[in-house]
Design a binder for this molecule. Structure first.
Ligand SMILES: *Cc1c(COP(=O)(O)O)cnc(C)c1O
Length: 378
């Protein structure tokens, strides 16, 4: 069976976790601080805050941005459900905008149409690693006095206009779930250039505690902590951070390898006119967290039939990005929400296997079988 994805983990990560466990300091401590410093340097952001996952990163970003009950935040419905959930956590309302089917990123014209007096922020998603047009969204946010937040869960190692994702705006949230390009088991990171937000998010991720464990531990003077506001336990552990440091050192190589496989698919399928392949415009650099193919209306085979045939032949595939407004948790409240472009893209896209290392013969098998199925030769 050719899997859809697998994390690239080696003896380096295992040794780092092992060594950290033996230090006796296993939750947020020196390894987390080191990982944050290295992640900030890698992305070019001033600060980074490590947290338990990208969903908690997005929640803290909403709080830092001042999003509250009664506010609206514009985001795509076509995203993993955690994107919209993070808006609900602060009592605000997700307002869904359409996507551009060329890259599944949020449609800026539809976003502008959905701005109201209640809008507080715009939450863009770099879909499956392909950057959104950050400058255009930042200009729109500035024009209307809104905060721009980036859901970069899938976009570690991607770049926009020559700079790594994480360096552009002041609230960028990453995931290190095993389905993303680098992993710490679970894990997340927020990068920011705003020092006040940085300090607030560090406080909130650890119960609102005025002094963190490490400072207290290293102090020669007696220190008592205070809890300044009601915070959360959104800490990353030092075991995870030790793994993350190893993964980060390999990130550029992992992305380069992923792009080679993506280039193979792009070349192999370029003449199939009933599918639309990912488009990487000038200035955009994708880490190809996923390789998604969109079936055009003239495609003779249905998406589910392709997926079933691939499965029968030992190749895993997945549906493309989901829509949030059609999930049970949202569909009653969003019964009047119609997003035909997002719905068609979600219903007709298919994600093909892409992971490191992927054997040459497995790449060829995926190419061969997908072609034959789509040309009705299988
Ligand atoms: C994976 C993902 C998330 C959630 O990340 P976790 O680390 O699992 O919480 C959020 N948004 C998007 C777009 C994702 O792909």
């Amino acid at each position: 069976m050719i899997p859809i994805a697998k994390p690239y983990l080696t003896a380096d990560e295992a040794k780092a976790a092992h060594d950290t466990i033996l230090t006796g300091w296993i939750t947020q401590g020196p390894r987390v601080a080191e990982f944050e410093e290295k992640f900030a340097t890698y992305t070019g952001a001033r600060f980074a805050v490590a947290v338990s996952n990208c969903t908690t990163a997005l929640h803290l970003a909403m709080i830092a941005a001042g999003v509250k009950e009664g506010d609206e935040v514009i985001c795509p419905s076509m995203s993993y459900i955690a994107t919209a959930n993070s808006i609900k956590y602060v009592g605000a309302t997700p307002v869904f905008a359409e996507i551009d089917p060329a890259n599944y990123n949020m449609d800026i014209n539809d976003t502008e149409k959905k701005i109201t007096a209640k809008t507080k922020a715009i939450l863009i998603v770099h879909q499956i690693g392909m950057p959104a047009d950050i400058d255009a969204f930042q200009a729109l946010a500035d024009k209307h006095g809104l905060v721009l937040i980036e859901d970069a869960a899938c976009a570690a190692g991607s770049a926009y206009k020559g700079k790594k994702i994480g360096s552009h705006s002041s609230l960028v949230c990453f995931s290190f779930h095993p389905r993303k390009v680098i992993s710490t088991g679970d894990g997340g990171m927020i990068t920011t250039n705003n020092e006040a937000w940085y300090n607030r998010m560090k406080l909130l991720r650890q119960h609102g505690m005025s002094v963190n464990d490490r400072v207290r531990h290293e102090s020669s003077k007696l220190i008592f902590e205070d809890h300044i506001e009601i915070g959360y336990n959104y800490r990353m552990t030092d075991i995870q951070a030790a793994v993350g440091i190893q993964q980060l050192a390999k990130l550029d190589w992992i992305v380069a390898e992923r792009r080679k496989i993506a280039a193979r698919y792009l070349d192999a399928f370029k003449d199939i006119d009933c599918i639309q392949l990912p488009v990487e415009a000038a200035g955009y650099f994708s880490n190809y967290q996923s390789f998604s193919v969109l079936l055009k209306p003239n495609c003779p085979v249905s998406r589910n039939e392709i997926m079933q045939k691939l499965l029968d032949l030992g190749v895993a595939s997945r549906r493309g990005i989901m829509t949030t407004h059609r999930e049970t948790a949202y569909k009653t409240a969003y019964a009047n929400c119609h997003l035909p472009v997002s719905e068609a893209a979600a219903d007709n896209s298919i994600i093909l296997p892409l992971y490191i290392p992927m054997k040459e013969e497995d790449i060829n098998t995926v190419i061969d079988l997908f072609r034959k199925i789509i040309e009705r030769n299988l």
